[in-house]
Ligand binder design. Sequence first.
Ligand code: CAO
Length: 416
Amino acid sequence: MSKPLEGIKIIDFTHVQAGPACTQLLAWFGADVIKVERPGSGDVTRNQLRDIPDADALYFTMLNSNKRSLTLDTKTQEGKEVLEKLVRESDVLVENFGPGALDRMGFSWERLNELNPKLIMASVKGFSDGHHYDDLKVYENVAQCAGGAASTTGFWDGPPTVSAAALGDSNTGMHLAIGILTAIIGRGQTGRGQKVAVSMQDSVINLCRVKLRDQQRLDRIGYLEEYPQYPHGEFSDVVPRGGNAGGGGQPGWVLKCKGWETDPNAYIYFTIQGHAWEPICRALGKPEWISDPNYATAQARQPHIFDIFATIEAWLADKTKYEAVDILRKFDIPCAPVLSMKEIANDPSLRASGTIVEVPHKERGSYLTVGSPIKFSGLKPEITGSPLLGEHTDEILAELGYSKDQIANLHASRSV
Ligand code: CAO
């Protein structure tokens, strides 16, 4: 099976999560991704949260599959020369260092462009260039707070809350991947590379657009009818935290199922889609609600939506989350069980689709990781284990034209 990105060489100067998530995706689709790491230590995540002594941590292995690893100290003269050669032969350089780090290293965009005008340089930073916070270093939760996600997540009587989903990190990496692919297509038209920059704040905001929608509605009419605060509670002048309310025109909530007292995930998400009201009433054994004026329209239901959810919960009390979904799916009701990570890890459908895969690793044995969430008819990405630190150093140097003696000298000077 052909890999569409085969032949694209990427210098992967990334670390932690945002950058590595981007380059891993491109590697899955066939790009030759060369992870450049500091000799001796490498990406900090190799050592963070280790579960097996002396073996790369899952934090690293799950973000760096399908890549090759080159150790290179880019602060030595010899290291800089190797990087320059690599830049001349590559299509893309991806980095997510702190602000200014690449410039300090001597590889500003201007310099890279001079070395290879066809090169695409792709950067992740916490804030966009020129933003009043553009000097800040940023991690996941900082971005979620700066991007509007935290102020609108959680319950109204609790503090701003961050999501477990990596909205700041992996999400930014996915935006960057789209930018890189766009720049590659652009290069096909102009023959020139360009700089692609994505900020973590901007990427979070892009996912929080419905909350920006809500802010403008609130400014105009003073209330938001799909939030739990409506119609009995108070609205201030900012979008409130709405708990588990549905974000669109369909009310929904997380509802208890059989066993919730002891199982923290014995819940389903239940959505009341307007046109599905009749099937919902039939599923619940409440056919009288179909034509009752207090229930028949979405507007009539909203003032007592939590009473309706309580009735549904009473119906769910003797059903497991799986049994409930099996009944509700027959009535075309949008719903799903709340799945734990353990259930996801063992889900046969996710294994069959390649979304969760088990791959071999030289030190760890096999480990579980994510496969491509994007499915193609003409490509089935094959996920391989992450590289050991410097595993491909000599191989990559030889490809760049270094002789055995020169490679030995680079090792001796600790530049690789
Ligand atoms: N050889 C020599 N030096 C190297 C090197 C190599 N192969 N690779 C990196 N370095 C050096 C850099 O040149 C830089 O040195 P200086 O600060 O002296 O110029 C340093 O290592 C890296 O600095 P950093 O600021 O990137 O690292 P940090 O641990 O202090 O900060 C982070 C980490 C993530 C907060 C910061 O990189 C950042 O804000 N990145 C942008 C936003 C981002 O991507 N955050 C998401 C991280 S995922 O949660």
